[in-house]
Design a protein around this ligand. Structure first.
Ligand code: ZN
Length: 242
């Protein structure tokens, strides 16, 4: 069984299409949230994801803000502008789809959240200190998170007091170690200074994780963002992956 794990698509249909093509064959898709926000293609992305096979999809903080489950004033002014633009664009059906997504799901020995097991929609697992604390908030051997847009793995071995951080190798299925928190990185807005779209494969039978990167046509997305008058900073950051 090959499960495609994606997160933080952020309405970037070019990146999403490229990832799905590159992933080629998979039996199920787990999407860790933030389908929309920042990017120019919210309807296209929601519709594409809704139709993926054996989909499990969580709500992200941008999705929650778009459907008014989260106060948009907690976002910076540019992100807020993009959320308001997204609200105007989304069809009633797609808004309805986002509004019924859950913020935490446990299956196949994995806890799935957007941000962190302690605070599923909001918290950013940006360092080993926060990761260590969060191991107490899930019971499964593994937890998958998105939200930081950084492809990393946090490990906490038996009897160890402090989690350590590891960047998984590219294009190589690694044996998963219990207990670990995995982040597949971001499809539509990577932030590790590598502008390529990021995703992963999870094989629950063999307990492996394979992290992948793929280049996509960033200029095409930036053109659509400019045409929609989306914030210039969000357009620029796609080039450098920050
Ligand atoms: Zn995000």
């Amino acid at each position: 069984m090959r499960i495609l794990v994606i997160s933080d698509i952020h309405a970037n249909m070019t990146a999403l299409e490229t990832v799905l093509k590159d992933a080629e064959n998979f039996d199920a898709v787990w999407c860790l949230g933030d389908l929309v926000g920042y990017g120019p293609d919210p309807n296209e992305c929601v519709e594409c994801i809704r139709n993926l096979p054996e989909l499990v999809c969580l709500i992200g903080n941008h999705d929650a803000a778009v459907v008014n489950q989260l106060d948009a004033s907690t976002f910076n002014p540019e992100a807020r502008r993009s959320i308001e633009w997204t609200q105007e664009q989304l069809t009633a059906e797609n808004l309805e789809y986002l509004s019924q997504l859950r913020n935490r799901i446990v299956l196949n020995q994995v806890t799935l959240v957007h941000g962190s097991p302690r605070s599923p929609t909001f918290e950013y697992l940006l360092d080993t200190y926060l990761a260590t604390i969060n191991f107490a908030y899930f019971e499964t051997p593994y937890c998958f998170v998105g939200h930081t847009h950084l492809p990393v793995q946090y490990l906490l071995g038996n009897g160890q007091g402090f989690a350590r951080l590891q960047i998984p190798p590219e294009n190589k299925a690694i044996r998963m170690v219990s207990r670990s928190i995995f982040n597949p990185g971001s499809v539509g807005q990577p932030r590790d200074r590598d502008p390529r779209a990021s995703y992963a494969f999870f094989d629950p039978e063999n307990e492996t994780w394979e992290y992948r990167r793929i280049s996509y046509d960033i200029k095409a997305v930036q053109q659509r963002m400019r045409a929609a008058s989306l914030p210039e900073r969000h357009i620029q950051r796609l080039t450098g992956g920050w």
